[in-house]
Design a protein around this ligand. Structure first.
Ligand SMILES: [Zn+2]
Length: 172
């Protein structure tokens, strides 16, 4: 048997139904859903939210991204997924419902970001080096965590999506 061509990255294996999400088309800028604020999902996630989370993860991995927000697959709700390490073989998918950035470090860093909704248009964006994020998971549990490095950058990029802000709106 010939070996299948290398995928470049190995997609992580996810538990149960979260591993069976559908790859959905990514909404491309300037679609209006990308520039409107999204609705909160509330604290008691239902089956629909679970399907949305699974689809976000499947679509993010298929597109080679490290973060993806619900409006990017056409759903105007405050949900995003992120996985900063999967391309380096350290997968750690996180599903954030109703996330809120409650603190930002004074230290700001410029870095080039790309957005799956704005293909082929990298933008230098200035962001806090460290953020404190609160969110709910699919079980309704509240999380509060300080994020640094790539995690902090991805979280800020995706949280911006939930407020209808894109990297082309505020370049450094
Ligand atoms: Zn984006």
């Amino acid at each position: 048997m010939p070996k299948a061509p290398s995928p470049g990255w190995v997609r992580p294996v996810l538990a149960d139904d979260l591993g069976r999400g559908a790859v959905r088309p990514v909404v491309i800028h300037p679609d209006p859903i990308l520039t409107q604020p999204c609705e909160p999902v509330g604290y008691l996630p239902d089956a629909e939210i679970r399907v949305l989370a699974a689809d976000l993860l499947a679509t993010m991995y298929a597109a080679g991204g490290r973060g993806l927000a619900a409006p990017q697959i056409g759903v105007a709700q405050r949900v995003f997924v992120m996985d900063a390490g999967w391309k380096d073989g350290r997968p750690a998918p996180v599903i954030l419902l109703d996330p809120e950035i409650i603190g930002r470090s004074d230290r700001l860093l410029d870095a080039v970001e790309e957005c799956l909704s704005i293909p082929g248009q990298p933008v230098t964006v200035r962001r806090a080096d460290e953020v404190e994020v609160v969110w709910y998971d699919l079980a309704g549990c509240r999380h509060q965590q300080v994020m640094t490095g790539a995690d902090a950058r991805i979280a800020q990029h995706e949280a911006d999506h939930l407020d209808g802000r894109l990297i082309v709106d505020a370049p450094a």
